[in-house]
Design a protein around this ligand. Sequence first.
Ligand SMILES: N[C@@H](CCC(=O)N[C@@H](CS)C(=O)NCC(=O)O)C(=O)O
Ligand SMILES: *[C@@H]1O[C@H](CO)[C@@H](O)[C@H](O)[C@H]1NC(C)=O
Length: 241
Amino acid sequence: MATEAFGEEGQVKLLGAPESPFVLRVCIALALKGINYQLIPENPYNKSELLLQSNPVHKKVPVLIHNGKPVCESMIIVQYIDEVWGTKGPNFMPKDPYDRAIARFWAAFVDDKLLPCIRGVFCGQGEALHKAAEELVTNIVLIEEALKTSSCFSGKPYFGGDEIGFLDIALGGFLASFLKALQKATDTVLIDPEIMPLLCAWIDRFCEYDTVKEVMPDPAKQLEILSAGRATYLASLSPGN
Ligand SMILES: N[C@@H](CCC(=O)N[C@@H](CS)C(=O)NCC(=O)O)C(=O)O
Ligand SMILES: *[C@@H]1O[C@H](CO)[C@@H](O)[C@H](O)[C@H]1NC(C)=O
């Protein structure tokens, strides 16, 4: 009996697996709030009826299904979790409206600016791969600069201040595990302690945080899935396909 998925928080299901950085964001958020849920992995090449019905617009994971009602898009789900289970665990959104605006600004930056570069590295070969990697590093350095100079972040252990918050979750899904695997799979340096020391220290702190540690994907499994996905994509480009 899957009674653990029917606690006081209601019935909570999560479509997707934490090796997807978008899904990992939601796993981290649920773990920080201490919510029990049922994880339902999806095969991207053979999507379940439940996924297609729950996210007919994008047909992507993660989808959170709370008491039968689906919520889509990772950062919208993170915010939903924060609002529904506000009294449990840390608040993800800063109290100050300006700090909230800055957290949303950089979270949007991750998806609007970092992500296209990450895709470029994942899908790239040769010159295209190196250009995407260079552009990605340039953009990550902008976050390093913000860490150094922004009154919202500088001198604090997390982007959320004393606790992990919205932007930590947005970034952590990618930087703390997926990019490490992507570096290995593509033989590039994307997270460079020489030019992003503060961010590297943050990554270490984030990964050492007990609740986060529990949900982080196994690095070997992450690398295996990422490499297989990349190989499948590159094979689909070759003539004859
Ligand atoms: N903007 C979405 C992106 C989600 C996304 O790209 N999910 C990927 C998994 S990493 C997916 O479901 N891909 C399947 C597909 O594109 O068909 C979010 O933040 O949730
Ligand atoms: C796709 O998944 C369904 C179950 O969800 C299964 O019955 C079907 O055989 C799968 N199709 C392929 C091509 O693997």
